[in-house]
Ligand binder design. Structure first.
Ligand SMILES: Cc1cc2nc3c(=O)[nH]c(=O)nc-3n(C[C@H](O)[C@H](O)[C@H](O)COP(=O)(O)OP(=O)(O)OC[C@H]3O[C@@H](n4cnc5c(N)ncnc54)[C@H](O)[C@@H]3O)c2cc1C
Length: 529
């Protein structure tokens, strides 16, 4: 626990890093990785009262955790695969997350349009079962609706051959905003969390047990050594790199599967109800989900050899999404209609006997304890991040013979908690912070950098001062979602964002130029040529 207030930690990175370097305490738990999994573990450990430190090499949620389908869901698809245990666990977590972060998790109605009587029967029964599994924590009952009602609720859907629809409920959220609010919650609860600090090696005691690590500040390249009673490897698709630091030559524990989404204007699907296509030609589900006034359509499941922080959508994945969506929509989206395309990598536990394709590999999480007592976690879902954190800390206590401390996150309010939500407010995703931001805007509409995306100068300052943003990409990709919502528009406003940030961070013109150039290069990968 570093001896600074939460405001000092969040608002002054230089001092925060200096305090980390100067501190000689032994941490109870150091978590490597600031995606959903690492944040869930650090949140749980902090809430139990452990001295906890989280280190993220890039920005919080830079990896997979900002590239999801944005669903907090039980997983209709896993039910179809017969994984009732996972659906039950995810449905409970869906309900808890809806209660604990009501400013980010919305109760979303989904409709499955059905074109045969057999599908009508099959999905009605399946979704009733889905309701039952969630029990008291279900978000609403599923219902069968007529063709007429389906067409009313799903304008733009193909009417030829339509038999009706089945309405059901799941959660819909903003993934990187939740990650950020969790990092803030960890710090406010007395824990520590750094972005842009990369773990470069592991330290061991004379018995060969991991007792700390070496790390480097990615901004200054300064290195330091930190000691801990337990080290957790929660690095998603990079877990094998950390396992190699522990034991060179370790066998691969994960396989990587890529998922792509495209973002379209809502005229292609002008509905408040999400579209769910349960079985596409490649056998997986496809969603069209309303999100920040646009529609997110995806996803794919493509095995990938090499993990990277900026995976690239493959042409065949884009073609598959556009073609499949076009089969269900009156107005067929073309490549030129895509506002942004983003890819994410699933860190799946390597296949078990009998599992062939990545879409068949269970999404359950798995904990590995190395002989050196390095704790590694694989797989899982955003939806179950809290339970994954709880399971990991329980396991650490058990393996290291620590006294069991009661878990405390099932009813823990995440930073920004607000139940009086107006989802039409462009600032809704700030939750309880929205009124402070609005107050600072002071009614000055001239400071909008983007009218289309409703991004105001105050939000840039807020991101730097209150949300640990360090780069233009942090602001345009994960504090606001401009890069994912309209990549061209995000490039257009990047110079203004860099200018405001440079002033707030005390950076010079060279930094500003370099930031704009780096962001432009990155954002061009989100645009279809
Ligand atoms: C296309 C797609 C759609 C999905 N949709 C959904 C959905 O709708 N709902 C849902 O519940 N789940 C969904 N998931 C699953 C969910 O997004 C992932 O399970 C989750 O985000 C994984 O989080 P993570 O923390 O394990 O990995 P990541 O988010 O990748 O985080 C790992 C972090 O570790 C960091 N790191 C790596 N090496 C180091 C190091 N040496 N030092 C410090 N840090 C390091 C990385 O920079 C990275 O930020 C989806 C996944 C994909 C790919």
């Amino acid at each position: 626990m570093l001896n600074l207030t939460a405001i000092e930690k969040i608002g002054n990175r230089k001092n925060y890093i200096a305090a980390l370097k100067a501190n000689e305490i032994t941490w109870d738990i150091i978590v490597i990785g600031g995606g959903a999994t690492g944040l869930g573990i650090a949140m749980d450990a902090t809430a139990r009262g452990y001295k906890t430190l989280l280190l993220e090499q890039a920005d919080f949620a830079k990896g997979t955790s900002s590239r999801s389908t944005k669903l907090v869901h039980g997983g209709v698809r896993y039910l179809a695969q017969g994984d009732v245990k996972l659906v039950r666990e995810a449905s409970i977590e869906r309900g808890l997350l809806h209660q604990n972060a009501p400013h980010l998790v919305k109760n979303q109605t989904f409709i499955v349009p059905v074109y045969t009587l057999w599908d009508k029967l099959k999905y009605t029964i399946g979704l009733k079962l889905y309701d039952r599994i969630a029990g008291k924590l279900r978000l609403g009952p599923s219902t069968l609706i007529s063709k007429k009602e389906t067409l009313e609720k799903m304008p733009g859907i193909r009417s030829k051959g339509l038999q009706g629809g089945i309405v059901y409920h799941d959660g819909q959220f903003d993934d990187s905003r939740l990650a950020l609010n969790l990092a803030q919650s960890i710090i406010e609860a007395g824990g520590d969390a750094f972005n842009y600090v990369k773990v470069t090696g592991l330290l061991k005691d004379t018995n060969g047990n991991v007792n700390g690590l070496t790390a480097a500040d990615a901004e200054t390249n300064e290195t330091f050594t930190l000691h801990a009673k337990a080290v957790v490897n929660a690095t998603g698709v990079f877990v094998d790199d950390i396992l190699m630091m522990d034991k060179p030559g370790s066998a691969k524990t994960i396989c990587v599967s890529q998922g792509v989404h495209v973002v379209l204007n809502k005229e292609f699907y002008p509905s408040a109800n999400a579209l769910m296509i349960p079985k596409t030609s490649d056998g997986r589900v496809l969603f069209a989900v309303p999100w920040h006034d646009k529609v997110v359509v995806g996803t794919t499941d493509t095995p990938i050899e090499t993990a990277s922080l900026e995976p690239q959508a493959l042409e065949k994945e884009i073609a598959f999404i556009l073609e499949t969506a076009g089969n269900y929509l009156d107005k067929k989206p073309q490549r030129s209609d895509v506002l942004s395309v983003f890819a994410g990598l699933r860190p799946l536990a390597a296949p078990q006997h009998g599992e062939q394709k990545t879409k068949e590999i269970s999404r359950s999480h798995k904990i590995i304890v190395s002989p050196s007592h390095l704790f590694t976690i694989l797989g899982g879902k955003w939806t179950t991040y809290r339970k994954m954190g709880e399971d990991m800390v329980n396991r650490i206590e058990k393996e290291l013979n620590w006294k069991h401390l009661a878990p405390a996150t099932s009813h823990f309010h995440v930073h920004g908690y607000d139940i009086n939500m107006n989802w039409n407010d462009p600032l809704y995703f700030y939750g309880s912070d929205a009124k402070l931001i609005r107050h600072r805007m002071n009614g000055d509409a001239t400071k909008y950098l983007s009218e289309e995306l409703k991004i105001h100068k105050t939000q840039i300052l807020w991101a730097v001062e209150q949300e640990m943003a360090r780069t233009v990409e942090d602001v345009l990709s994960r504090r606001t979602r401009a890069l994912l919502l309209n990549a061209k528009e995000s490039i257009r406003i990047a110079p203004q964002v860099a200018f405001i940030m440079a002033k707030a961070l005390g950076r010079d013109e060279n930094w500003e130029k370099e930031q704009v150039a780096t962001f432009k290069k990155l954002a061009e990968q989100y645009i279809l040529k």
